[in-house]
Ligand binder design. Structure first.
Ligand code: NDP
Length: 343
């Protein structure tokens, strides 16, 4: 059985969902209450592959909220993730994806080194995967396929990657460098040293601020770990411009409706068959029976293939070969990148 550890995008979102799911005692509570709430299994899942194989899984709500990071409640944030992992392991889940901020917190606060034992449970890290290899693969396929749809030629295109030094961002850069003939890459993040290291690894790419990069880009890939999205002035963008927002919560605060600007939900896959679950309607997917985060799909793929291993682990180690491998499994079991633009 596979697992998914997820969280909601804001306190307001969490309160609304608690009411909807029948937890009225959570619905009127503030951030402090959510800091002390235990993880919950709130969904049972059945997925059928196009090969006919059927698997079962569970969704574990960690009760983490991005406001915990914004208000520096770091201890609460790390406790949420570790408790959710212990809960998943105790429930017998063999391979569990760490969705959204779960893996970012786990890696950035180096929890593997500090917390191997949660009460009477010794965490077995090989039971978890960040899901980032599949996410990076799907975002790259979205770049390739959506640009073609819009008539943007990659060989003439400038692609800006916001969050380029991150786990997903660096994998996207590697793929664009090795597997496409993209003309130019603009690398955006805050830490200058890590940007220089990435530029050296790639042997290419211009380091620019977001403000400098946006007007030059034909395609923008958003994969920054921002607890809250940034405002974008669409009139400063090229036309056409393809914006692929892979952040959770979204990196872009505004819903853009501007001629020539095309927004795609990044790192989202569509399954060929309906999935039996309710969790994706809670996170407002357009087609909740079929659409899901690529990181969640990674744990499903590992369960289908009985690969009980932390396929994606650590930071900035995702190779093009591993992206190709998870990509083959993705196609085999009936997943494809989302290609319909947001309206
Ligand atoms: P990482 O923490 O590994 O990387 C984050 C990157 O964003 C770093 O390059 C960081 O560099 C940069 N960054 C953070 N804040 C800013 C900022 N204000 N301005 C510019 N750059 C910034 O994160 P991941 O690669 O694991 O995840 C990236 C995003 O993808 C997250 O939003 C995550 O929730 C989402 N995600 C989506 C999935 C899906 O299935 N669709 C699956 C997993 C993750 P620096 O700190 O130097 O600025």
């Amino acid at each position: 059985m596979f697992g998914l550890i997820g969280h909601l995008t804001s306190l307001e979102h969490a309160q609304a969902v608690a009411k909807e799911l029948g937890y009225p005692e959570y619905a009127d509570q503030g951030l402090d209450f959510w800091c002390s709430a235990p993880p919950q299994i709130v969904d049972e899942i059945t997925v059928t592959s196009i090969t006919g194989q059927k698997i079962q899984g569970r969704y574990v709500e960690s009760c983490f909220l991005p406001e915990m990071l914004a208000t520096r409640r770091i201890k609460a944030a790390t406790r949420k993730i570790l408790n959710a992992m212990a809960h998943a392991q105790k429930s017998g889940l063999k391979i569990t994806a760490l969705g959204g901020f779960s893996s970012i917190i786990f890696e950035n606060f180096k929890l593997e080194q500090q917390f191997q034992q949660i009460r009477n449970i010794k965490l077995e890290f090989e039971r978890f995967t960040t899901g980032n290899t599949h996410t990076a693969y799907i975002i790259c396929r979205q770049v390739e396929q959506a640009s073609q749809k819009l008539g943007i030629e990659l060989s003439k295109a400038t692609v800006a990657i916001c969050g380029a030094t991150g786990d997903i961002g660096s994998a996207v850069c590697r793929w664009l460098d090795k597997c496409t003939d993209v003309a130019e890459m603009l690398l955006i993040a805050r830490d200058g040293e890590r940007l220089l290291a990435l530029q050296e690894e790639l042997g290419r790419g211009k380091i620019l601020s977001l403000e400098e990069a946006l007007p030059q880009a034909d395609i923008v890939v958003w994969v920054a770990s921002m607890p809250k999205g940034v405002e974008i002035d669409a009139s400063k963008l090229k036309q056409p411009c393809l914006l692929i927002d892979g952040g959770y919560p979204k990196n872009m605060a505004t819903k853009l409706q501007h001629p020539g600007v095309y927004v795609l939900n990044g790192g989202i896959v569509e399954h060929s068959l309906d999935i039996e679950w309710k969790i994706m309607s809670i996170v407002n997917m357009d087609a909740p029976a079929r659409q899901l985060f690529a990181c969640f799909a990674e744990s499903m793929l590992l369960e289908f293939e009985k690969l009980y291993t932390n396929f994606s682990w650590g930071r900035n180690q995702i190779t093009v070969e591993k992206m190709e491998l998870i990509g083959q499994m993705s196609v085999k079991h009936g997943f494809r990148p989302l290609l319909s633009f947001s309206s």
